[in-house]
Design a protein around this ligand. Structure first.
Ligand SMILES: [Zn+2]
Length: 485
C-alpha cells in the first residue's frame, strides 16, 4: 500500500449497483487498490465493473462508473478482468532434477501468463508422508512467485502414511496405474485399498491411467523388433491401454466412492468412459490439457522426442479437435491443467526415442491458447474462467479464496487485452525448457497485468523478480499452525 490513509477510502453511492460487496456499513468500501473500467469475467457473468481491493482481498465488485478514491488506481479500460488461473497439474522438479525446471523459473512463467495458483508434484522427489511434505514446504519458502499447493504420491509400501499426509495439508494424491517416470504403478486390489482409504478420510486422487500389462507388453515387442523410430510412442502408449485403465479406475471409483480426477484425458472415448461411470454414481473429474486439444497424433513422427508425452496426442483431424473443445465447453472435461513437465531441447534430444524424457512445457502458453480459443469461439470467456480457475479451485478445496473473482476472495487478478495479437515464440519462454510445441502459432488475446493478493507480479508478459507466493495447505489440514507457523 502506498500513501493515503483511511479517509481516502472509496465512497460507494447507493445509486451504483453492487455486483457484490464486502465490508462494514451500507454503501461504503475502503480500498487500497481499485481496478476500474474493465469488463469483469466470472464463470457466470461478463459485466462492466470496478474491483476494489483491501488488504490483499477483494472488498467489492461494483458495476457502474469509474469514480474512486483508492490509494492505487489501475485503469482497465478496454481490458478483461479475470480471476487468477489455477493450474492443478504442474511439475517444477524442485527439489529434484532442477536442470529441467525449478520453482523460481516455473512460477515466473506462471505469473507472466496469469496463473496465480498452482499445485505441484515432482516424480523424482516425491512427497509420500507428513515429514516429506513439511520438508518441502520449508525448502520452498521464498522460491515461488505464485501461491502453491503440493500433491503427494501414492507409494506401494507407504499407503499407511497417506491419511497423515492428508491431515498435514497435501492437496491430492497422485496415482499411476502403470510404472512411469520411475513411479511404481498400482493396480487391482492395491488400488482398491488406496481408493477405500482415500474415500474414508475424504481425500482425492489424480490418476494417471494407462494399463501396465498392455504398455509393458507393447514395449517388449517394439524393442524386440529393434524399433527406435518415433512412431513407437503411439503403439507403446496405445488408445486401448489408456481406455482399459480408465475403465478399471472408474469402476473402482463407483465401488469405493473415492473422489478421483482422471489426468490428461486424451480423446472422446476416454471422456465417454468417464461419463458412463458418472451415470453409475462415480465422482470423477476429467482433466483437459492443451496438447490433447491442439496437437495431432502424427506430430510425434515429424518432431520426435519434442512431442513425446503420455498418453500421446490422439487428434487426427480438425473434427477430432472440435470434439475435444466441445467436451471442455460442455464440462464433460471438467477443468484445464497444463501437466507442465519441461525438459530443454538438448535434454529431450540427447538419446533415442526410448531414452527421451516424457512431457511438455505448458505454463508459458496455456492461458494464451485458451484466450485464442475464446477469440475463435471454441469457448466463451466465462467457459475459460470456469475451466481454468473456478472448477479446479473447487475440485481441490482451494475455493473460495482462489479461482473466484468476488467479495472476500484473494485479490488475484488477471488483466487481459482481448484484441492483442501475439506470436508464440521459443525465445519468449520463461520456463527453463526454453521452447514450446506451440511455437509459430499466432494467437489473439494476451495477459497484460497480473496481481497476486493485490500486488502486481507481472506486466506485459514480464514477471517481477519477487517470490511472494505462499504455500496453501490442502483441505484435510488438521492443524493450521503446523505449516503456517
Ligand atoms: Zn503429470
Amino acid at each position: 500500500m502506498t500513501g493515503g490513509s483511511g479517509c481516502f477510502g472509496v465512497f460507494v453511492h447507493k445509486m451504483r449497483t453492487p455486483v457484490s460487496r464486502w465490508g462494514s456499513g451500507e454503501g461504503m468500501v475502503k480500498a487500497d487498490l481499485a481496478v476500474v473500467g474493465g469488463t469483469v469475467v466470472t464463470g457466470s457473468h461478463v459485466t462492466r465493473a470496478d474491483v476494489l481491493v483491501r488488504e490483499g482481498r477483494i472488498a467489492a465488485v461494483l458495476a457502474g462508473g469509474a469514480e474512486t478514491g483508492a490509494d492505487r488506481i489501475v485503469d482497465a479500460g478496454g481490458l478483461l478482468v479475470l480471476p487468477g488461473m489455477v493450474d492443478t497439474h504442474v511439475h517444477l522438479m524442485d527439489p529434484g532434477p532442477t536442470e529441467r525446471e525449478d520453482f523460481p523459473t516455473g512460477t515466473a512463467a506462471a505469473a507472466a501468463r496469469g496463473v496465480t495458483t498452482l499445485v505441484e508434484h515432482t516424480h523424482a522427489h516425491p512427497v509420500r508422508n507428513r515429514e516429506e511434505l513439511l520438508d518441502k514446504v520449508m525448502y520452498l519458502r521464498g522460491r515461488s512467485n505464485v501461491s502453491f499447493g503440493l500433491a503427494a504420491h501414492v507409494w506401494p509400501d507407504r499407503i499407511a502414511a497417506m491419511e497423515d499426509a492428508w491431515r498435514a495439508g497435501v492437496t491430492f494424491f497422485k496415482v499411476f496405474t502403470c510404472t512411469t517416470h520411475g513411479v511404481p504403478g498400482i493396480e487391482g486390489d492395491d488400488l482398491r485399498q488406496v481408493f477405500r482409504l482415500v474415500s474414508g478420510f475424504g481425500g482425492t486422487c489424480l490418476v494417471h491411467a494407462e494399463d501396465e500389462t498392455r504398455t509393458a507388453d507393447a514395449e517388449r515387442a517394439l524393442r524386440a523388433a529393434g524399433r527406435t523410430d518415433p512412431g513407437v510412442i503411439t503403439e507403446w502408449r496405445s488408445r486401448e491401454a489408456e481406455l482399459e485403465a480408465v475403465r478399471a479406475v472408474t469402476d473402482l471409483a463407483v465401488e469405493t466412492g473415492a473422489r478421483l480426477t482422471i489426468a490428461h484425458v486424451s480423446s472422446p472415448p476416454v471422456a465417454e468412459a468417464i461419463e458412463a461411470a458418472r451415470r453409475r454414481g462415480a465422482d470423477v473429474a476429467a482433466e483437459a490439457c492443451p496438447q490433447y486439444l491442439l496437437l495431432e497424433e502424427d506430430g510425434v513422427v515429424a518432431h520426435g522426442a519434442l512431442r513425446k508425452f503420455t498418453p500421446p496426442a490422439r487428434n487426427r483431424s480438425t473434427e477430432d479437435a472440435d470434439a475435444m473443445w466441445r467436451l471442455l465447453a460442455d464440462g464433460v472435461l471438467t477443468h484445464v491443467a497444463t501437466d507442465h513437465a519441461p525438459s530443454t531441447m538438448a535434454q529431450k534430444l540427447a538419446g533415442d526415442i526410448w531414452e527421451a524424457p516424457f512431457g511438455l512445457p505448458g505454463l508459458d502458453t496455456t492461458t494464451r491458447l485458451l484466450l485464442d480459443a475464446a477469440a475463435v469461439g471454441r469457448l466463451s470467456w466465462s467457459d475459460l474462467v470456469r475451466r481454468y480457475a473456478e472448477a479446479p479451485a473447487k475440485r481441490y478445496g482451494l475455493w473460495p479464496a482462489k479461482g473466484r473473482l468476488g467479495e472476500g476472495a484473494d485479490a488475484d487478478l488477471v488483466l487481459v487485452d482481448p484484441a492483442a495479437i501475439v506470436e508464440i515464440r521459443d525465445e519468449d519462454v520463461i520456463s527453463k525448457a526454453g521452447w514450446t510445441p506451440f511455437a509459430g502459432r499466432t494467437t489473439r488475446g494476451d495477459v497484460v497485468r497480473v496481481f497476486l493478493g493485490g500486488q502486481e507480479i507481472a506486466r506485459g508478459g514480464m514477471p517481477r523478480d519477487e517470490r511472494t507466493g505462499r504455500f496453501l495447505p490442502g483441505p484435510g489440514l488438521a492443524d493450521p499452525r503446523e505449516v503456517l507457523a
